[in-house]
Ligand binder design. Structure first.
Ligand SMILES: *Cc1c(COP(=O)(O)O)cnc(C)c1O
Length: 371
């Protein structure tokens, strides 16, 4: 019988936290207070402390968090915002939703993130803001230098930390380098809710603006005085679930890194190129390899019960909705979109499953019929 290894298994995370989640539900139900109450406030305080910033504002999801982080730091209609095109399109979507224009820059072939070198031409040409995505769990290695470069060019730096909860560099945590940072708590993220959720982290002034923007632009009930306000709140229930799971985040990140390290140590196939995953800068949100035989490899693994995914198959600048950037050429981004393939990597993935994935990849022969 073939071992079945799903790409992710959210049942694992619910099961392992079940007692705390049930208690969290009970506390919210008992309180009778369902929107913007003590659980959201307590989670915001705890998460701001975890990230090492003054404030955190819970919002409805990670894409809203990018949007509100941009608006809260001064971007709006007509702004020009630089970002990478290999990170799933979330930043581009948020940039467009505020009436701003994305400018796509290429990424480094090894780290898959933007770098000082890849950004400099765009920053010199003049942009208002920059969204840096800490991709696959890795805090962009250049982030401190990028923050300095942004200051020099008067560009607002927003970090997209949706894949990098808890990643650290020189004692600083992802989300503490920019003017604001966006987090997603979508269920598959390293810290995931039982539904949608997100947060904006930053200083107290940015947080105050985002607090108003997430609730219709109100300064007080029924008093609207921020332009660009909307409804994007984090539910009490999701905040209570997140509070219950936050204490396990560091240990669960370590579990992900341990799985990645098994892959790195034992995958020996010459048909794949392995990533570099060094904790604590990398929290192994995704294990992404490169290969010239992606379709064959995925099909082969699938026939042996192993599910894979591609993060991401279509670069932002090549999406059909993107007219303005159709002529942009981003060679590294385009090559990554052709060659990337992601393996299962999540807390609860057991040893037999990991061994099976490794054995299958090491047996893979694109020139033979496969075994
Ligand atoms: C998941 C993700 C988002 C979006 O989060 P949602 O909560 O799904 O809106 C943004 N950026 C990156 C890099 C992501 O992985």
């Amino acid at each position: 019988m073939t071992l079945v290894v799903p790409f992710n298994n959210l049942r694992h995370r619910v099961d392992r936290h079940r007692v705390a989640l049930d208690a969290a539900y009970g506390a919210v139900a008992d309180s009778g207070w369902l929107v913007l109450g003590e659980h959201v406030a307590n989670f915001e305080t705890a998460f701001a402390e975890f990230v090492g910033v003054e404030a955190c504002v819970g919002v409805a999801n990670g894409t809203d968090a990018i949007e509100l982080a941009l608006r809260g730091t001064g971007s709006g209609p007509g702004s020009v915002v630089a970002t990478a095109a290999n990170a799933g399109g979330y930043a581009a979507s948020a940039i467009r939703s505020i009436g701003a224009t994305p400018v796509f820059v290429d990424v480094d072939p090894t780290t898959h993130t933007v770098t000082v070198d890849s950004l400099t031409p765009a920053l010199e040409a003049g942009v208002d803001a920059l969204v840096v995505t800490h991709l696959y769990g890795q805090l962009a290695p250049d982030i401190a230098a990028i923050a300095d470069l942004c200051l020099e060019h008067n560009v607002v730096l927003v970090e997209d930390c949706a894949q990098a909860h808890g990643a650290q560099r020189d004692g600083r945590t992802a989300g503490s380098f920019g003017a604001a940072a966006a987090f997603s708590f979508y269920p598959t993220k390293n810290l995931g809710a039982l539904g949608d959720g997100g947060a904006v982290c930053g200083g107290s002034e940015v947080a105050a603006r985002v607090r108003s923007l997430r609730q219709y632009g109100w300064s007080a009930k029924y008093t609207t005085d921020s332009v660009g306000g909307r409804n994007s709140r984090l539910d009490e229930l999701q905040a209570a679930f997140l509070l219950a799971m936050l204490p396990s985040l560091v240990a669960e990140n370590a579990e992900r890194v341990a799985i990645a390290n098994r892959y790195l140590a034992d995958i020996t196939s010459s048909h794949v190129e392995l990533p570099t995953i060094a904790a604590p800068q990398h929290v192994a949100h995704l294990f992404v390899m490169q290969t010239d035989h992606r379709d064959e490899l995925r099909e082969y693994l699938s026939s042996h019960g192993v599910s894979t995914d591609v993060h991401y198959p279509i670069p932002d600048h090549q999406q059909s909705v993107v007219a303005e950037n159709a002529t942009v050429s981003l060679p590294v981004t385009e090559e990554l979109a052709r060659r990337s393939v992601s393996l299962p990597c999540y807390p609860g993935l057991d040893i037999q499953a990991i061994d099976h994935v490794i054995a299958c990849i090491n047996d893979f022969d694109p020139d033979g019929a496969g075994t």
